[in-house]
Design a protein around this ligand. Structure first.
Ligand SMILES: NC(=O)c1ccc[n+]([C@@H]2O[C@H](COP(=O)([O-])OP(=O)(O)OC[C@H]3O[C@@H](n4cnc5c(N)ncnc54)[C@H](O)[C@@H]3O)[C@@H](O)[C@H]2O)c1
Length: 259
């Protein structure tokens, strides 16, 4: 018996042109799945290089998401796994200075993009499939200035739980992962330097998550070896949620704050 095989599974991954989405598509493909990579930007060459197919789709557009799923179903005959992964971040902005247009722009992708996936994927998926959403460790709280992103990822956790209950009668499992900073282009986004500057101090394991490490968690959650996990928000955060790191405590003790 081959454990964690995705042989003959059909998977759709959004935001697959870069970072975690790309690593997930590659991992799923290596595990035997037929993978459709979807992105707002052209990733057809990347897809071809990795034995995947590419369909352009903007997750904020309902018509794009439905067409992505319909095309996949029509071409490959079924859909077993849907990964709602596309996401964006905005430059740090305190709530006192919140620009609502910026919030809406971020929610369009991070929240409504996931809603679109949850609305249309089940229509084309077979019973017993798996839906995976990318939240973030931010759903457990994060730095000042990250309010839009934090709240969007809290929404992803909530949507995951709601969908898990609604789709349980069809045995479609719905889970989300909550990664700490992942070493992808998003981690280096302009105006979001705080997290990058301090994460190796605050994180007990002292480093960023690799995209491949988060993709490995997706692989586990997508596989048939994981039939009894649904509605979960699973942290992959290098120990961040467990408590303050030893390096942070040593730093604080050596430089007592002048409170
Ligand atoms: N990098 C991190 O530190 C980190 C940490 C936790 C969670 N995440 C989450 O992981 C997910 C993937 O992020 P990443 O780090 O790989 O970032 P990334 O910027 O490397 O990749 C994001 C991809 O999403 C695509 N995309 C953006 N808007 C889109 C849209 N409207 N429709 C379709 N595709 C769209 C981009 O073109 C890009 O290819 C996101 O949901 C992000 O919030 C990232």
């Amino acid at each position: 018996m081959e454990f964690f095989s995705l042989k003959d599974k059909v998977a759709v991954v959004t935001g697959a042109g870069s970072g975690l989405g790309l690593a997930t598509a590659v991992r799923f493909s290596q595990a035997g799945a037929k993978v459709v990579m979807a992105d707002i930007n052209d990733a057809s060459e990347l897809a071809e290089k990795n034995g995947c197919r590419f369909i352009r789709a903007d997750v904020t557009k309902e018509t794009d998401v439905e067409s992505l799923l319909k095309q996949t179903y029509d071409t490959l005959g079924k859909i077993d796994i849907m990964v709602n992964n596309a996401g964006i971040i905005l430059p740090e902005q305190l709530l006192a200075d919140a620009v609502l247009e910026d919030f809406k722009k971020l929610y369009e992708v991070n929240v409504f993009g996931v809603v679109n996936g949850l609305k249309y994927a089940p229509r084309y998926m077979n019973d017993g499939g798996a839906i995976l959403n990318t939240a973030s460790n931010s759903a457990n709280g994060d730095y000042a200035g990250y309010g839009a992103y934090i709240s969007s990822k809290c929404a992803v956790v909530g949507l995951t739980k709601a969908a898990a209950i609604e789709l349980a009668p069809r045995n479609i499992r719905v889970n989300c992962i909550c990664p700490n900073t992942i070493n992808t282009p998003m981690a280096y986004a302009e105006g979001c330097e705080t997290e990058l500057q301090v994460m190796s101090i605050t994180t007990p394991l002292g480093r960023m998550c690799k995209a491949e490490e988060a993709a490995a968690l997706y692989h586990f959650l997508a596989s048939d070896d994981c039939k009894y996990i649904t509605g979960e928000d699973i942290y992959i955060d290098g120990g961040l949620k467990a408590g303050p790191s030893i390096q942070m405590i040593e730093h604080l003790i050596s430089k007592p704050a002048a409170f």
